[in-house]
Design a protein around this ligand. Structure first.
Ligand code: PEP
Ligand code: MG
Length: 577
């Protein structure tokens, strides 16, 4: 049936503000089912296979060239290995035998041989070879797609500025993405704190998530408009809609430009109370962007970028270079580095995190670090070595118990002693804190506050655990709102307990840059707001429009409301004059 190319609006969830227009680039991980049949003509089946392998080799060569010029030699080397694998005589002989002797069709013969090869690699002791299994399957899928005549859809194929449409994007997907060619994101799944939303904000690009599966029916090149503030996407927009969006886009851009001009001034309320405004970053390149947007430091360095899309964990020297690069840009400003936070929706092939029925409740973050001393201490040693001459602070993610804090601190002390014994210089003292993102920590905040130098509240996870609503699941996204009084009351409790013990509190979940959340957090007494660099100028503007006392009254009021909607409605209808 011919597709109708009339305007169609897809309602979704706002994830990153702004308006964008461009052709769609549909990234769909296909579930390829493999037909299995007996064939008569093995000659023609062998020819089909040979042709598919030739096409796959050509595709890989062009990806390798692209990687060499754009991303560097490490990624190019992966494609080189893929190309070599296609010539592997053991593999080719096994497929030929299956076609000629067992009379299997090419698709089934090919995928069987790939599976045998991948499983053999997985069975080896060496982690390097185990990780090669993923490469083998990757090449296997490429040839299979060609045999089946399925259109290829790979993030590395993005060649013109486009709006990326996907089911959801994991951090490792986005590493492969040429971000200079993305003008916006649309996802079928995910909520406002999913990693697609975080990535989009980091890039300052509009994003709409939770659009439902029908958005995936769009085709490459279909014209699309997205509004990341309203949370909608419009396919095949008519001229009138394009004009309307264009007018709004210009207005938003003019406002953003005006706010950027004052972004370097402090965030001071009308009655003279100043709060700290810092950035969440996920790579060394973002440090400079943070400064340009008025960040006074880094409140959250997500260090996962060091570990993703690799064949083995980064060594101490490599990590040190990355931390140095960020600290050099930030000079003596505070930089809070969070130790590795993988698991959940962030996989690491070389660590073999294993299958878990509920990965967000599983072996994530500090839980894994404490079980893998080599991996953890390598990171901690690199951090100690990076510390001299800077205000580097260390933070542990996903803490749930006091025992975890104490054990993490023991590792930190061991790493310190090892670095000093090896003759390296270290800072005299560094601040050590924890993320408050598990309700057990909020409940026992008074006890935790005695053990650390600071808290940083991670409302993305704290909300998902409080409302029992997974942050990547769009069907429950309406429940996972950080403005819910159940979350706000925990923040209130954490602030009171921390201040009573004389420690400072930051907040680095998406709520810190949420225009409705900012005045509430100000009123609750938050010391440090940490958010995507692109959100800082607007959040500073909001803080400058409030007096501390009005924000306090607002916070007291919303703590007594009974839903996130009521809280947002109250904030919006009680803006300062
Ligand atoms: C959070 O949970 O709020 C947080 C900042 O951590 P992440 O989004 O990286 O899980
Ligand atoms: Mg978190």
């Amino acid at each position: 049936m011919a597709r109708e190319k009339t305007p169609h609006t897809y309602p979704g969830i706002p994830a990153s503000p702004g308006i964008s227009r461009g052709p769609a680039f549909v990234y769909q991980v296909q579930d390829l089912s493999v037909p299995r049949r007996q064939i008569q003509d093995s000659e023609s089946e062998l020819k089909r296979l040979e042709k598919a392998i030739t096409i796959a080799s050509e595709q890989i060569t062009s990806l390798q060239t692209k990687a060499e010029t754009e991303t560097g030699t490490e990624e190019a080397a992966i494609f080189e290995a893929h190309a070599l694998f296609l010539q592997d005589p053991t593999l080719i002989t096994a497929v030929h035998e299956a076609i000629e002797e067992q009379r299997l069709n090419a698709e089934a013969a090919w995928i069987d041989a790939i599976e045998v090869n991948a499983s053999n690699l997985e069975a080896l002791e060496d982690e390097y070879f185990q990780a090669r299994a993923a490469d083998v399957r990757d090449v296997g899928q490429r040839v299979l797609r060609i045999l089946l005549g399925v259109e290829e859809s790979d993030l590395t194929d993005l060649t013109t500025p486009s709006i990326v449409i996907a089911r959801d994007l994991t951090p490792s997907d986005t590493v492969r993405l040429d971000k200079s060619l993305v003008v916006g994101f649309c996802t079928a799944e995910g909520g406002p704190t999913s990693h697609t939303a975080i990535l989009a904000k980091a890039l300052g690009l509009p994003a709409v998530v939770g659009l439902g599966r029908s958005i995936l029916d769009l085709k490459h090149g279909d014209p699309l408009l997205i509004d990341g503030s309203r949370g909608e996407a419009i396919a095949f927009p008519d001229e009138k809609t394009i004009q309307e969006f264009e007018t709004r886009r210009m207005k938003i851009e003019a406002q953003a430009l005006a706010e950027l001009e004052t972004a370097h001034e402090p965030a001071m309320t009308t009655d003279g109370h100043q709060v700290e405004m810092v950035a969440n970053i996920g790579s060394p390149q973002e440090a400079q962007i943070a400064l340009e947007h008025g960040a006074e430091g880094i409140g959250l360095l997500r260090t996962e970028f060091l570990y993703l899309e690799r064949r083995e964990a980064p060594n101490e020297q490599e990590q040190l270079a990355a931390y140095d690069a960020i600290l050099d840009v930030m000079e003596d400003r505070p930089v809070v580095v969070r130790t590795i936070d993988v698991g959940g929706d962030k996989e690491l092939p070389y660590l073999d995190l294993g299958f878990e029925a509920n990965p967000f409740l599983g072996w994530r973050a500090i839980r894994m670090s404490l079980d893998k001393p080599d991996l953890f201490k390598t990171q901690l040693r690199a951090l100690w070595r990076a510390s001299p001459g800077h205000d580097l602070r260390i933070m542990f993610p996903m803490i749930a118990t006091l025992d975890e804090v104490r054990r993490a601190q023991e590792f930190l002390q061991e790493a310190h002693d090892e670095v000093v014994a090896a003759g390296h210089e270290v800072a005299g003292r560094i601040q050590v804190g924890i993320m408050v993102e598990v309700p057990s920590v909020a409940v026992l905040a008074d006890l935790f506050a005695r053990e650390v130098d600071f808290f940083s509240i991670g409302t993305n996870d704290l909300t998902q655990y409080t409302l029992a609503a997974e942050r990547t699941n769009e069907k429950v996204a309406h429940l996972g709102d950080g403005c819910h009084p159940a979350v706000l009351r925990q923040i209130h409790r954490v602030l009171e307990a921390a201040h009573h013990e004389g420690i400072w509190v930051g907040l680095c979940g998406e709520l810190a840059g949420d225009p409705d959340g900012v005045p509430i957090l100000l009123g609750l007494g938050l010391d440090e707001f940490s958010m995507a660099p692109s959100s800082i100028p607007h959040a500073k503007t909001i803080i400058r429009s409030w007096s501390r006392s009005d924000a306090q009254s607002l916070a007291t009021k919303v703590l007594d409301l009974d839903s996130a909607e009521a809280v947002r409605e109250y904030v919006r209808s009680n803006q300062p004059e």
